[in-house]
Design a protein. Structure first.
Length: 500
């Protein structure tokens, strides 16, 4: 019994530090979920502070797609958080039992999770562990995001809290953004990358990157190109596949920049209801309304659409006498059809004032997305038929002379040599592996002096292969992989640009 009212029952799940229980609230006579955390371990102070922050952060969120927090407290070195008990399975359980989900289900889930993330980000909260196991079904059939246990408060007024150190990696390896996998400080776009991983899992049955060890998975997130979901599920619509590719961009600036933007993209590509009423084109005369033998049935709207607008009584009476204009009827019907065919979706006439980046779409969606001619201070995400989003074309790369590229390779090699030496001294890498990589780095310097670009690139590929294999065989620790990821990426870029 906790708090004098919550009687714990069977455990529902276990995490790294917490256990979630089915419980009875004996005061209100209802079932709830209770997360408990033992505060008696060596990290009890740190864990207790993290738990209290979770309680405050989650309780402050009020959104239909975020689990509701009822109560929290600490009793006998046990911290507890009382939440609503969701009756449905998690997405992880559904994929396990059913395999890949129907495309329209994936769209709906993606839309609801994106809206939940936008609400959290607006409150200054980053989830940092979005995955199918943290998304579950509510009683009404919608999904809710669970477990804000490792969230990061991003309000700059709070400063850099000790619990959000840049060299601390938290989360689940299969769903970590590249910047998160390499131990860098993350922002809300890391949650959007994780959402791209979740959508990949729902569409294909597996996350984009898998490997026997978490460290090897982190290396893939940091360096390997994301697979196209159409390779594993060819019937995936092009617009959905392109959105997933955009979400999985390595550079956060090349992803959609907000949950609101992702939700809007998913909403735009849903098929409109067949009986949806379209408004009369601007400037059209009232006499352009064709006579109807009987009233139209009530419009059927998608639950993401705006409710139908009521017709004023004056408008109804004015249309009644228009039906008497028999000579204009045929011409009016043709005119209305011509005008409606040339109109864009009325929702595009009032773009959101939120300063989110514009998105250019080249899919066959019946709802075109407007583009702004005014330069935006935020990056423009271009989603095309290619597998990776096209970077903004407004900042072309400066030309580099052969001397510059050789110097860049030499400098990047020196930085990598220092990073490998430091990793060896801190025992984060096997000494034999470190020695092999050091030899290849010396060979790169020799290849630069010999102006052999092919050898430079081949040696860099060998180094990456050595590190990936070391991670898979537990010969490279997670901190070591995070420390080497940046220098290795710089070396690869320099080698790709090298022109003797």
């Amino acid at each position: 019994m906790l708090g004098g009212r919550y009687r714990l029952g069977a455990p529902l799940g276990r995490g790294g530090m917490a256990v979630v229980w089915r419980a009875d609230d004996e005061m209100l006579g209802r079932e709830v979920a209770v997360k408990t955390l033992d505060l008696t371990g060596p990290e009890s102070d740190n864990a207790g502070e993290r738990f209290r922050r979770e309680a405050r952060a989650t309780a402050a969120l009020n959104h239909p797609h975020i689990v509701t927090v009822y109560d929290t407290g600490v009793e006998n070195q046990t911290a507890y958080l009382v939440m609503e008990l969701l009756p449905g399975p998690t997405l992880a359980e559904r994929v396990r039992d059913e395999g890949p989900l129907p495309v329209e289900d994936v769209r709906t889930i993606g839309h609801e999770v994106a809206e939940a993330l936008q609400a959290a980000h607006d409150a200054g909260i980053i989830h940092r562990d979005i995955k199918p196991g943290n998304i579950a079904y509510a009683a009404d059939g919608t999904v809710k995001v669970l477990d804000f246990g490792i969230t990061q408060l991003v309000d700059e007024a709070l400063g850099h809290h000790a619990l959000t150190m840049t060299d601390t990696i938290v989360g689940t390896a299969e769903y970590l953004a590249p910047e998160q996998a390499t131990g860098q400080r993350v922002d809300a776009r890391a949650d959007l990358y994780a959402l791209g991983c979740v959508l990949t899992t729902l569409l294909t049955g597996a996350p984009p990157f898998t490997s026997p060890t978490p460290v090897a998975i982190l290396m893939k997130h940091a360096h390997d190109p994301a697979p196209d979901v159409r390779d594993l599920r060819p019937e995936t619509p092009a617009d959905l596949a392109e959105l997933v590719t955009g979400l999985l961009a390595k550079d956060p600036a090349h992803r959609p920049q907000s949950g609101r933007e992702v939700a809007q993209l998913l909403r735009q590509h849903r098929a409109p209801a067949l009986t949806e009423v379209l408004p009369v084109a601007a400037g059209a005369a009232p006499t352009a309304v064709a006579p109807l033998p009987e009233p139209l049935p009530a419009p059927v709207h998608d639950r993401w659409d705006e409710p139908p607008r009521e017709i004023e009584p004056e408008q109804k009476s004015s249309k009644a006498w228009l039906w008497l204009l028999l000579l204009a009827a045929a011409l009016a019907a043709a005119a209305v059809w011509y005008v409606l065919q040339g109109r864009a979706d009325p929702s595009d006439e009032n773009p959101s004032p939120t300063p989110t980046p514009s998105v250019v779409q080249t899919s066959d969606s019946p709802t075109p997305t407007p583009t702004s001619e005014t330069p935006s201070p935020t990056p423009t995400v271009t989603i095309t038929e290619s597998q990776t989003p096209t970077p903004p074309a407004s900042s072309p790369s400066p030309s580099v002379t052969p001397v510059d590229t050789a110097t860049a390779v030499t400098e990047a090699t020196a930085v990598m040599q220092t990073a490998v030496r430091d990793a060896r001294q801190s025992e984060d890498i096997d000494p034999d592996i470190a020695q092999t990589i050091a030899g290849k780095l010396r060979d790169i310097d020799q290849a630069v002096r010999s102006e052999d670009a092919a050898a430079v690139r081949s040696l860099v590929g060998d180094i990456e292969g050595e590190l990936t294999q070391a991670a898979g065989q537990d010969e490279l620790t997670q901190p070591g992989a995070a420390a080497l990821a940046g220098p290795l990426d710089s070396l690869r870029r320099a080698a790709d640009a090298y022109q003797p």
